[in-house]
Design a protein around this ligand. Structure first.
Ligand code: SAM
Length: 238
């Protein structure tokens, strides 16, 4: 039997009687995870917004929430959300990214062991869990902020992301999701183009509240490939 390549990240798989299909899925998932780890190691983090996301600041509503931020990277949006009176829980594969978040923002932190190691700011209501988001199991959150998570995943992984996210949210949780739309015949993701029908199939209560061309902030490879338009779309629950 073909063996999966050695992994540099520990993903949470416990099934002892794995079918060949199961191994394929795991292998692919591990390969995807390693690509993200390598991007951080090589400093290829072009998605990071130095001033945070402008649309979040324009359109976010909510204070006193416990906000889940999957695939958080070292996003400054976590600081902004906390400054609005929320408690923030990020989840990130790369420990390098998490340490960069705390160091660049001059935040002291403690580390707590668990299924996913928890890095907790000493003076701010921000915790970042290190590891595979799909292994996160916690109490339900009442808010969700997604920039660069759903669209970071290829089509076949997105339903699992949406289902897992929903399982971590209360029934009335507030959601704020940012997608991009562009012609994938011109260039391939990530970030992947995610169309409204797909978003609606995961979360029918989300409404599109803003959309604007954002090709200027798209990956350089998009413009190099001749892509002229990439729309950033903001989705929010009412
Ligand atoms: C496109 S970046 C977006 C980062 C951040 N949300 C932002 O807006 O700057 C995607 C991030 O997800 C992380 N990631 C990818 N797969 C993950 C997984 N399965 N679990 C946790 N984090 C993951 C990557 O390491 C990367 O930092």
């Amino acid at each position: 039997m073909v063996q999966p390549p050695s992994s540099r990240v520990n993903l949470a798989y416990t099934d002892e009687n794995r079918s060949p299909l199961r191994i394929d899925t795991e292998w692919r998932t591990t390969a995807l995870a390693n690509q993200w780890i390598e991007r951080w190691e090589q400093g290829h983090t072009g998605w990071h917004e130095l001033a945070g996301n402008a649309r979040l600041k324009q359109h976010w509503r909510g204070t006193g929430k416990h906000v889940l931020v999957p695939f958080c990277g070292k996003s400054r949006d976590m600081l902004w959300l906390e400054e609005q009176g929320n408690k923030v829980a990020g989840v990130e594969l790369s420990e390098l990214a998490i340490e960069a978040f705390f160091n660049e923002n001059e935040l002291e932190f403690t580390v707590r062991d668990g299924a996913l190691k928890a890095f907790q700011a000493k003076t701010r209501q921000i915790t970042i869990y290190c590891g595979d988001y799909f292994a996160l199991q916690t109490e339900p959150f009442d808010a969700h902020f997604d920039r660069g998570a759903l669209i970071a995943l290829p089509r076949d992984r997105r339903p699992a992301y949406a289902a897992h996210t929903s399982s971590l949210l209360t029934d009335s949780a507030q959601q704020f999701v940012i997608t991009v739309e562009y012609d994938q015949n011109v260039v391939a993701g990530p970030p992947f183009s995610v169309l409204p029908t797909e978003v609606g199939s995961y979360w029918p209560d989300l409404r599109q509240i803003a959309a604007q061309d954002d090709i200027e902030n798209g990956p350089p490879k998009f413009r190099a490939a001749g892509l002229k338009r990439m729309t950033e779309v903001i989705w929010r629950s009412s």
